[in-house]
Design a protein around this ligand. Structure first.
Ligand SMILES: O=P(O)(O)OC[C@H]1O[C@H](O)[C@H](O)[C@@H](O)[C@@H]1O
Length: 532
């Protein structure tokens, strides 16, 4: 699979010329009822409304041409079939397949990559056996009491996705079950979580793909120590998820060990054992199955070549239109669902670690913009915080609204004639319109320029299967953009340098600075910070 430079596609010149006069959403008839109908698509339980983007049929056609010229669907198919796409040609790189989709390709007789799908099934079967034991009490604490809480210890991809999914689906927890998360090497993160728990009823799930992450290994020791101090045997309270053959892959230290594989990137690992062990414990195996089914349905539907019918592909190209052609540097993910509170944080890693790159797959410097800055918080809270800048600031922030027609708990009340859910979703739709249309006013401080591109993704209810679909929509949006920019979206070299320097500084603390000259940069910094 040879991907070409973004700037080499004919459609790029066409789009650049179209971008000189983008659709004016503030004009008379700039945003009409017909436009809402015309720019809408239903996909795997979601409706995408994108009439509030600055596009015309001509722009969409040119974006389609870009998708075709850049071979985005072929690259996606090659990814799912196991081509080694995590590489930089001619340079040392991870040289791995990219097969997070195999972790949910477990429902058909003919998976796209049979070996990886078979391993996924093997791990799922192991998880089912383990959870059966936890349910029937054959796996219990020393007193024979059932476990009630699973604490996931991990960071980055071993925390953000699983935590976001757990919070999204907490409403479906099995009675008497819950999960907690410890990520930061800040000792207060561990202390604050542990002080709330009855350790004798807890299982600790230590998750690290590499098995070498400083934060996670340190926190594992803190947890072991806490268990010992409580008179408990760590080996009876700890499970592990790690890469096959990693330094953590030692079954004797854990009650159970699960594997993930080098072809699943940390930030794409939520539907592997990295996410499923804790989710399975808290929500049960049926919910896990529904989550995987939701994601798998999107994996299949995202093979569609027509961008008007393929939501992740369309979102990828609308993002490219806003970022590369209209020049908007960031995007805001704004879920109108409190359960999705940590979903923007997960997407932040998924997107920024994937597409925050400056060299092509051939190792050449890029001459076009790559990944945008991604951020966001749930609405309506955000409306009372940072929306001022989104409406009237000098930085235009394309917004992505995510909402659900029904709430999760079924508890709601009509106040002043409308339910809270109605208030929530009408606020979301109103924001979408306000950003697009703006408002003129004789008072300049009360003028809204409008033309702030945004889209709305709406589904019936946030369930395990909807969550799986939403996760996969974003994962593929990110991968399609990476293919289009011709970057390797699956490595993360950019996080190494800081780790190396931290190790050097820690070395100076342990030897009291003996290994460095007194006037060394590192020693001065430590001294001036009061650490040495
Ligand atoms: O799962 P682990 O190997 O412990 O890695 C945890 C995280 O650490 C790294 O710094 C990477 O940037 C992330 O992509 C990864 O998810």
């Amino acid at each position: 699979m040879q991907l070409k430079d973004f700037s080499s596609h004919k459609s790029v010149a066409k789009l650049a010329s179209l971008a000189r006069t983008p659709h004016d959403l503030t004009a008379v008839d700039g945003l009409t009822a017909q436009r809402i109908e015309d720019y809408a698509v239903s996909f795997c339980g979601f409706d995408l409304l994108y009439g509030t983007q600055r596009v015309t049929p001509e722009v969409i056609d040119a974006l389609q041409q870009l998708a075709d010229e850049a071979g985005l669907i072929d690259a996606f198919l090659a990814m799912k079939e196991g081509e080694v796409l995590n590489r930089i040609e001619g340079y040392a790189s991870e040289n791995r397949q990219v097969l997070h989709t195999a972790s949910r390709d477990v429902f058909t007789e003919r998976p796209r990559e049979p070996k990886a799908a078979a391993k996924a099934k093997e791990q799922l079967a192991k998880l089912h056996r383990f959870l059966e034991g936890v349910d029937n009490g054959s796996i219990a604490n020393a007193q024979g009491h059932l476990f009630t809480t699973m604490v996931q210890v991990g960071i980055g991809g071993s925390d953000l996705g699983p935590r976001a999914l757990y919070l999204a689906l907490q409403r479906y927890c099995r009675p008497g079950r819950s999960a907690r998360f410890i990520a930061n090497v800040d000792p207060d993160d561990v202390a604050a979580v542990l002080r709330e728990l009855d350790l004798s009823r807890c299982l600790f799930n230590v998750v690290s793909k590499s098995g070498t992450t400083l934060e996670t290994l340190t926190n594992e020791q803190l947890v072991r120590e806490a268990l010992l101090q409580a008179g408990l045997n760590p080996a009876h309270h700890m499970v592990a998820v790690t890469g096959e053959g990693s330094p953590m892959d030692d079954a004797t230290k854990y009650l159970a060990s699960f594997h993930m594989y080098d072809y699943i990137g940390g930030r794409y690992s939520a539907t592997s054992m990295v996410g499923l062990v804790t989710l399975g414990f808290a929500l049960g195996v049926e919910a896990v199955r529904a989550l995987l089914e939701g994601a798998h349905a999107v994996d299949l539907a995202a093979e569609e070549r027509d961008i008007r019918k393929n939501v992740p592909l369309l979102m990828a190209l609308l993002g490219i239109w806003n970022h590369n052609f209209l020049g908007h540097a960031t995007i805001a993910i704004l879920p109108y669902s409190q359960a999705l509170a940590r979903f923007p944080a997960h997407l932040q890693q998924c997107d920024m670690e994937s597409n925050g790159k400056s060299v092509t797959r051939q190792g050449n410097p890029v001459t076009w913009q790559t990944g945008p800055i991604v951020w966001g918080e749930p609405g309506t809270n955000g409306q009372h915080a940072f929306y001022q800048l989104i409406h009237q600031g000098t930085e235009i922030v394309p917004a992505e609204f995510i909402g659900f027609r029904h709430n999760q708990y079924g508890i709601d009340l009509e106040v002043q004639g409308t339910s809270s859910q109605q208030k929530l979703i009408t606020n979301m739709l109103a924001q979408s319109l306000a950003l697009a249309m703006g408002k003129d006013d004789t008072n300049p401080a009360r003028r809204f320029a409008g033309n702030r591109p945004n889209l709305v993704l709406i589904a019936d209810r946030l369930t395990p299967s909807t969550m799986g679909a939403l996760l996969a929509i974003y994962e593929h949006r990110i991968a399609f953009q990476g293919f289009c920019w011709n970057v390797n979206s699956f490595d993360q070299e950019g996080v190494q340098l800081g780790k190396v320097l931290a190790t050097r500084l820690l070395g100076l603390l342990t030897d009291q600075g003996q290994s460095a000259r007194d006037d060394s940069l590192e020693k001065s910094l430590l001294r001036r910070s009061g650490m040495l």
